[in-house]
Write a protein of this length. Structure first.
Length: 429
């Protein structure tokens, strides 16, 4: 009956790992607390994808070491992406940590905190998200060799989770009250190809839709080999969100070749045109990288024109991060940090204008919103076009209706800005 404080850093895929660990440990009698000072053990699930994430992880480990040295906690363990990359260095620099574990050592982590791994509990999770939405991780690892990315080294080769297992996990989530299911993977585009030699994503999405979740959302589609029948299914099935997160990273042919993306400018345009032709109501989210090694001003301006022409509904942009465990480490990181930030700001300023215009289209319309949070007479939620944590928010006056988190409500939109819709609840369901 030891008390553990688990700190989960990084992406939603890390969140799922932490949720599985908690379910396994709780079945062994482990008690989790939200207060680190109340715990005997601190366990940190780290992120090591880019420099900022590494620095955050290191900062949290150092803070936990301070607590251990002051006698506030007895043991400290670190797991996840950072030890997968730097276990030897971490052991040398942080001897106060009682153990470091990589991304594929769940049984060893459990043993360290006094619990046993049970295969029969693999589908079980204790949610760290609000109870009305959850993530379903449909695969692990990645076979792509994008030059800027260290995920294959961190997570290993692509491994699809068997459909039967995912359906069991989804069923448990549905019974627990989850209404919105967000499918995630480093690459959903090739789900199932390693299991049966054919793509199983559309079949999985159909079977999940039959389970009558209110919303199913697809995140992180690679632009090469995406099964287009999924777009048709999205259009036909009411509970599959008209939304796709498809990180493109760039549009210039030379940079795409250097990034080893496997798709060129013309192929990217064809893909986006076909997606929108098959489903005119779809909203597309993408991610771009600015300041990749050798990126000239002319090549960056090509990216600006692309974003202006395509008019993505949601877009994020990151400055290129020179990662020693990625293939691009051998290239010269020749765009200055200041120039990278300037290019990110310029691209996001362009996108802000696009987002403002797209959000204005909602003004005066009625739309269904899933409520995430309620504060006094204000509700905060999301449309089907907005993923948790990263996309727009609907800020609504409750208008006398009894509104609770996890509830769907009909809202009339009165105003907007590039990041939010504002309106009033006119009905609940």
């Amino acid at each position: 009956m030891r008390k553990v404080f688990l700190q989960s850093l990084g992406c939603s895929k890390n969140t799922v790992d932490s949720e599985r660990l908690m379910a396994q440990a709780a079945a062994n009698g482990t008690i989790f607390t939200n207060m680190p000072d109340d715990a005997e053990i601190i366990l940190i699930n780290t992120c090591g994808f880019i420099q900022d994430a590494k620095e955050e992880s290191i900062s949290e480990i150092l803070a936990a070491i301070d607590k251990k040295q002051l006698g506030k906690v007895q043991e400290l363990y670190v797991m996840g992406c950072l030890p997968e990359l730097y276990r030897k260095e971490l052991r040398e620099e942080m001897p106060e940590v009682d153990g470091f574990f990589g991304t594929r050592e769940l049984p060893e982590v459990l043993a360290a905190i006094g619990a046993l791994y049970r295969e029969t509990l693999f589908d079980s999770r204790i949610l760290l998200t609000p109870p009305h939405y959850a993530y379903l991780k449909i695969s692990e690892g990645c076979n792509r060799q994008c030059s800027f990315c260290s995920i294959p080294k961190i997570r290993g080769r692509y491994r699809s989770q068997p459909p039967a297992q995912l359906l069991r996990e989804a069923s448990l989530l549905k019974k627990s009250g989850v209404r919105e299911l967000n499918l995630i993977a480093q690459d959903i585009s090739v789900y199932g190809c390693d299991l049966e030699g054919k793509n199983l994503l559309n079949d999985l999405v159909l079977r999940l839709a039959d389970m009558e979740f209110s919303r199913i959302r697809l995140l992180y589609a690679y632009p090469l080999n995406f099964p287009m029948e999924v777009i048709d299914t999205m259009r036909k099935r009411e509970n599959i969100c008209n939304y796709l997160d498809i990180p493109l990273q760039h549009i210039n042919d030379r940079i795409l070749r250097s990034m080893n993306r496997g798709v060129d400018r013309a192929g990217t345009f064809r893909l986006l045109e076909e997606i929108r032709r098959r489903n005119p109501d779809i909203r597309l989210r993408t991610t771009m990288i600015a300041g990749y090694p050798g990126e000239s001003r002319k090549e960056f301006e090509e990216l600006l024109r692309f974003v202006e022409e395509i008019r993505f509904d949601r877009l994020g942009c990151f400055p290129y991060c020179h990662e020693e465990h990625s293939p691009a480490w051998q290239l010269e990181d020749d765009v200055s940090g200041e120039e990278k930030q300037d290019r990110v700001a310029e691209l996001m300023e362009l996108q802000e204008a696009v987002s403002q215009e797209k959000n204005q289209e909602f003004e005066g319309k009625e739309i269904m919103v899933l409520v995430d949070q309620v504060e006094q007479n204000m509700a905060f939620g999301r449309t089907e076009y907005d993923a948790p944590e990263v996309d727009n928010e609907c800020i609504l006056e409750t208008g006398g209706f009894e509104v609770r988190p996890g509830m769907f409500c009909l809202a009339r939109i009165k105003d907007s800005n590039p990041y939010d819709l504002e309106g009033k609840v006119i009905g609940v369901g």
